[in-house]
Ligand binder design. Sequence first.
Ligand SMILES: [Zn+2]
Ligand SMILES: [Zn+2]
Length: 236
Amino acid sequence: MRACEACGHIEALHTAPAVGVGTACISNKQGHPVLKGQEQCWCPRFANTVPEAFEAILEKGNRAALERGVRWALELGDSGMSSQLLSQLIISNPSGLDHEWLREIRSRIAALSGSGTIQASTQMSKSAKRSGLRPKSKTEQKRESTIFGAIKAGYTGPDYCRELDRQRLPVPQQWIDQGCPPTYETAYMRGSSSPSGRPWAKYIQDEKYRYRKSYDALTPAKRDEIIAKNARRTRP
Ligand SMILES: [Zn+2]
Ligand SMILES: [Zn+2]
């Protein structure tokens, strides 16, 4: 059972044709199905990926969703998306936004989009290190080539997780230290019956989104070269 990346509600609630609301989410905020006349979730359509989630939030997100999106895009180092969402938040809530919060967010966006490593957040300088200031470790290389392979093959959701498990890609140690289950598929599904949703699914989608950005920046030949490294290692 997949949950929407934009609103966190399960897929079935986005597609129930009997209710006649197309693919818009029909769930209320607690994640329970609603009957006619009750409050509907703002979400316009099921989002299976992080970019789709940002699109949905930009289009229809309520204040809470937009605020969450702004911070989420910042965490992912996507200053462009963060400032788009922030503009939308300001347009749809012209008064009542916290000035302190706005100031902090604006300076973080400026730092991210500014001149690279000096102003960037710790997270960005970590990823700058990953991407070339020091050689990638074996584990990092394995992660990159496995995830690139799964992206190239078009895997999403639980299929994506199963593919990473099949390639014996370990879940990042930092996640396990925080209580994450040891395989991608179990991590992805953990919490699916709880109203607060699946905490690790977000980590997995965020990780995929970061790799997707570097994948998109490479030529097809370079992508294949990186993917081939993993194929060589896993050959029996
Ligand atoms: Zn929803
Ligand atoms: Zn949704």
